[in-house]
Design a protein around this ligand. Structure first.
Ligand code: BG6
Length: 301
């Protein structure tokens, strides 16, 4: 029996989950329930799409995204783990860690009483990941697809020494146009501005994007709300176990260089990432489990 058939036999649930192979070796868990539609790639446990029924998509996926083994997918919810950004000591290691480009296994699927669907994925270690991250640990992603999307990244330290973890749910949110939106919730917060020479600043008002933005807001716990005048809706991002929020839009020049953005697509998205980055990296003690949660829901504006 093929891997796909075996997966479907074990995890498919009528009116909830179906596994499909969309390209060579790329298997997607397709979720369709009474509340929403979502696609999650087994590579990277990468939530690629999320659309509540009757709504525009909430999560943005680049129409030029590549679904290929070992390549990260442009859009959706890439998992940055076990470090965020460049590796602290070895610049040859992949930016944002390896979790988003390695296979994960589907461990569990459940139809919940309220009509939502629950899925749990576990990162599969290999010799390369162990060489890059020699700390005994496990990473699991729990996803609940309902009216809202809930994503929970669970890291357990299974060894006998503490380790320092950097992480983020690098979520791409869909907006009508970058000129129509304001991000609220970070007013008064300090941020590290990574555009040009790194500087430290304080956010005064809501965030409006009119050029490249690459900022790590530190010591933040509040919800963020993306107000979108074009779609007359707001996307609320609630988070737990997270002290950093990253806001990113590559703007024209950088986007054009990337190959999976094109000249205009950056106007349709903004990344608001919930995580623990830079000075907010977390220490996970032996035997301890750390949980990073983000929840995405839509409100009328
Ligand atoms: C953001 C970083 O989180 O991710 C940016 O702050 C980076 O510096 C961006 O360019 C995209 O990263 P990648 O590796 O997915 O192209």
């Amino acid at each position: 029996m093929s891997v796909l058939n075996l997966l479907n036999q074990k995890h498919a649930i009528e009116n909830h989950v179906q596994l499909r192979e969309i390209a060579d070796g790329m298997i997607i868990a397709e979720v369709a329930n009474q509340h929403a539609l979502a696609n999650i790639a087994l590579q990277g446990a990468h939530v690629a799409t999320f659309q509540p029924r009757g709504e525009e998509p909430v999560i943005w996926l680049s129409p030029l995204a590549k679904f290929a083994p070992g390549k990260s997918i442009r859009g959706g919810v890439p998992i940055c783990w076990p470090w965020f950004g460049p590796h602290q000591t070895d610049s040859k290691l992949p930016g944002h860690g390896f979790a988003r480009t390695v296979p994960w296994e589907l461990l569990d699927t459940k139809a919940l009483e309220d009509g939502s669907t629950f899925l749990r994925f576990g990162l599969i270690e290999n010799d390369t990941t162990r060489a890059q991250w020699p700390h005994p640990s496990t990473a699991q992603l729990e996803v609940t697809v309902g009216k809202a999307l809930r994503v929970e990244l669970v890291t357990a330290n299974t060894g006998s020494a503490p380790f320092e973890l950097g992480e983020a749910l690098h979520t791409y949110l869909q907006i009508s146009d970058v000129g129509n939106m304001t991000i609220r919730g970070l007013e008064g917060c300090e941020y590290i501005d990574k555009v040009g020479a790194t500087t430290r600043r304080t956010q005064q008002d809501g965030i409006v994007i009119e050029s490249e933005v690459d900022r790590v807001y530190v010591n933040t716990a509040a919800d963020c709300v993306i107000e979108d005048k074009g779609l007359k809706r707001a996307i609320r991002i609630h988070k737990e176990g997270s002290r950093s929020t990253v806001v990113w839009n590559p703007w024209t020049e950088k986007a054009e260089k990337m190959g999976d953005f094109g000249p205009k697509l950056h106007r349709d998205m903004v990344c608001v990432e919930s995580g623990n980055a830079m000075e907010n990296a977390v220490t996970v003690a032996p035997g301890e489990t750390h949980r990073l949660v983000a929840m995405y829901s839509v409100e009328k504006l």
